[in-house]
Design a protein around this ligand. Structure first.
Ligand code: NAI
Length: 345
């Protein structure tokens, strides 16, 4: 039996994962708490932990899990900025779900953009109160506008296709451009100065943290719309708020927020929000916040469960080898064993 401590369980996780519980020798211990230094102990007796984006998997947590005999950290997400992958190397293997539905995230980015541009959130509230006034609801055509896409991987690529379908001009920045593609790659500065809309689709790394800061905002077009469905830490939220207050930024569509870990995914409607910055952003008429729900489609949940279970089974039934292992920070990139389909360590 492979026993899994499943941290930060939400009601929407269970139906897709329950289909596998008890099958293939898997036993899932659902925990509502997040993984962190205080809760790592709950994995005692488990072979693997299954974690999501706001679980903390830093060096002390990894050391604790390692001492408990946990062999595998199975992320049920694509992003892994919450895991100290290099610290895990040599101790615990880390696997993730590289793609579950890039369409879900790209479509959500466009949904946020359209909602903002056409003031759907305002109109929805008005008509529910039989207020049929159009005052203040004027939007603009997306057709003909320039969208700057940062990160042209799976999600960014689909988002670009969607934008082209709207007749938008697409420019992009990615440190690893797709060769021979029809994408017009530009530098970050050129992207900032030319884009009417900027959409973030790159991972959060040490080098991308706060890439949207006050210097970047200063270079942007007046009235620019910023869409972030990637990771909150890509944006310096103080700089974003300043840009909105200064009327430089026309609108912000945020599915993620740097300090979301203790806020998002929970019903806090009866509580006073301690995060003044988030409160201020949410209070702005031109800011739309969703609580990290871009991934949340039936298709994505099914794919997440299937790939996570396959990752775990592959690891335990295949002598530790798993195609979705994260090991590129092992310090042995040139001769990485994983690229030869061998065990990472
Ligand atoms: P991907 O790995 O297919 O593509 C990421 C792209 O970003 C790559 O082309 C890479 O070269 C590029 N990149 C790396 N560093 C960059 C930088 N500093 N500036 C610009 N580009 C850079 O990843 P995918 O699947 O497209 O996901 C993108 C991000 O979306 C993930 O890292 C994750 O943070 C976020 N995400 C958010 C979800 C949500 O529910 N809101 C769900 C799934 C992913």
């Amino acid at each position: 039996m492979i026993k899994i401590a499943f941290y930060d369980t939400k009601a929407y996780d269970r139906p897709s994962f329950d289909r596998y519980a008890g099958l293939h020798g898997l036993e899932i211990k659902y925990l509502e708490t997040k993984l962190g230094e205080d809760t790592a102990e709950l994995a005692r007796g488990c072979d693997a932990v299954c974690v999501f984006v706001n679980d903390t998997v830093n060096a002390p947590v990894i050391d604790r899990l390692h001492s408990l005999g946990v062999k595998l950290i199975a992320l049920r997400s694509a992003g892994y900025n919450n895991v100290d992958v290099s610290h895990a190397f040599g101790k615990i293997h880390v696997v993730h779900v590289p793609a579950y539905s890039p369409y879900a995230v790209a479509e959500h980015a466009m949904a946020l953009l359209l909602t903002s541009v056409r003031r759907i959130h305002k109109a929805y509230n008005r008509t529910r109160e039989f207020n049929f006034s159009l005052s203040g609801l004027t939007g603009f055509d997306l057709h003909g506008k320039t969208v700057g896409v940062i990160g042209t991987g799976k999600i960014g690529h689909i988002f670009m296709d969607i934008c082209r379908g709207f007749g938008m001009k697409v420019i992009a920045y990615d440190p690893y451009p797709i060769p021979d593609s029809c994408i017009e790659y530009v530098s970050p500065d050129e992207l900032y100065t030319r884009s009417d809309i900027i959409s973030l689709h790159c991972p959060l790394t040490d080098s991308s943290r706060h890439m949207i800061n006050s210097e970047a905002v200063a270079k942007m077009k007046h009235g620019v719309i910023i869409v972030n469905t990637s990771r909150g830490g890509l944006i310096d939220a103080e700089a974003l708020l300043d840009g909105i207050k200064g009327r430089k930024i026309g609108a912000a569509c945020l599915d993620v927020y740097e300090e979301e870990a203790d806020i998002f995914f929970e019903d806090r409607s009866g509580h006073i929000l301690d995060d003044d910055l988030l409160s201020r952003l949410i209070s702005m008429p031109n800011v739309i916040v969703t609580s990290h729900q871009a991934f949340l489609t039936e298709e994505a949940l099914d794919n997440i469960a299937e790939t996570t279970v396959n990752n775990i089974l592959s690891f335990y039934n295949n002598d530790g080898a798993c195609d979705n292992e994260l090991c590129y920070r092992c310090g042995n990139v040139e001769r990485c064993k994983k690229s030869r389909k061998e065990k990472c360590f």
